[in-house]
Design a protein around this ligand. Sequence first.
Ligand SMILES: Cc1ncc(COP(=O)(O)O)c(C=O)c1O
Length: 469
Amino acid sequence: MLAEPATPAGARTAEHWRRRDLAVLWHPCTQMREHPDTLPLLPIARGEGAWLIGQDGRRYLDAISSWWTNLFGHAEPRIAEAIATQARTLEHVLLAGCSHEPAVALAEQLLALAPRQAGRAPLAKVFYADNGSAGVEVALKMAFHWFHNRGEARRTKFVALEGGYHGETLGALAVGDIPLYRRVYAPLLAEALFAPSPDAYLAQPGQSAASRAEEAADALARLLDHHSGEICALILEPRVQCAGGMRMHDPVYLKRARELCDVHGVFLIADEIAVGFGRTGTMFACEQSAVMPDLLCLSKGLTGGALPLAAVLTTQELYDGFLHDSRERAFLHSHSYTGNPLACAAALATLGIFASDDVIARNRATAARMAELAAPLAGHRHVAEVRQAGMIVAFELTPAGDRRATFDPAARIGLRAHRAALERGVLLRPLGDVLYWMPPYCVDNATLEWLADTTWRAIDAAVEGAACA
Ligand SMILES: Cc1ncc(COP(=O)(O)O)c(C=O)c1O
């Protein structure tokens, strides 16, 4: 498969949209000064399966599922139809004091699908929010407020993991540990305690991922001991710390974290906003540890990538802690679009596809092919590690032959690889110097083969470009 060049007319149309865009838009997660010269802006006309079709007429493989939102491909007809039908029936109604079928049906289905754990009552209630960060805010506020309602006012702190990410609003940022996003806002953030990451890449030579995870869990145990009675919740990303560089850890960590939360009477918040809905090989990553959290945050893939929506699933015990004659003890958090019917309809269509298409089994076969195709890249002299969890494969780029070294940030290796991939028709958008594949589940084997080849070439081009600069 070869990336086709833009036609002259296509190139002119793309340029037209670039100019109009940069005259009026301020893009997320972007130093706008880098547009358009350092960072090419990609005007997209439409989506089709795993592909984005640019205004320049070229096809670009969406190898990162548009920030990990897309599951079954762009413009998926069943999801599109569900949204259109819902739009003609009820586009929105406030969810305070009103109810509607999509919100109820979706909550029922999510609770039926949610991870379970022997000896624990299943998750029993669903609270909706509008996006991942808002869902994290809901979970943090619920955990704190529950203890407050019980008169445990000293429990004001959250524990989070080094290298973790939970979103950009101030509460979510407070429990994130990515300096680039967090540092400047530090004076505004609530204090959080950070436990060492179980990240297997940080293992000592010869140390297994499980041993690394156990070591990190021991450190978590010491932190919880030290701050006993001050903590309301531990929040973490099970299995993969995605924004932190697709850092993966052994499932034993979550098992230990669950036990430790129980010992210390602390809520466990599982942020499956990125890893939920089949990304890591099971419907939810918590299943790989046979763990049920007290609060489960879902978003991104929840609507198949079509509309913003988040759901926070909680226990009956947590819900009951808010029932009282006083309104102040109620969870008064709200967003105007809470439980939007269009988004709920998209989510119901998404769950329908899981039910009808045997998605998890198909993903297993796709993930196995991704593993075969990624393996040779481990031999590239600038790839220190290839790691995989289901439909996520990551490549750690380092200077040749030195696993512990990192490229000079000024060399912008990741950005150079991004540009090189884009020229070849692949949207990769690395995390620093970590390249990764997280394609829509509908990606086919021929496309994956081409992606592997393009990734190799993009790394070569990035390193050569930096050497010539
Ligand atoms: C694990 C995790 N939590 C929360 C968020 C925030 O979600 P949103 O971007 O929808 O606010 C993200 C986004 O990447 C995420 O990866």
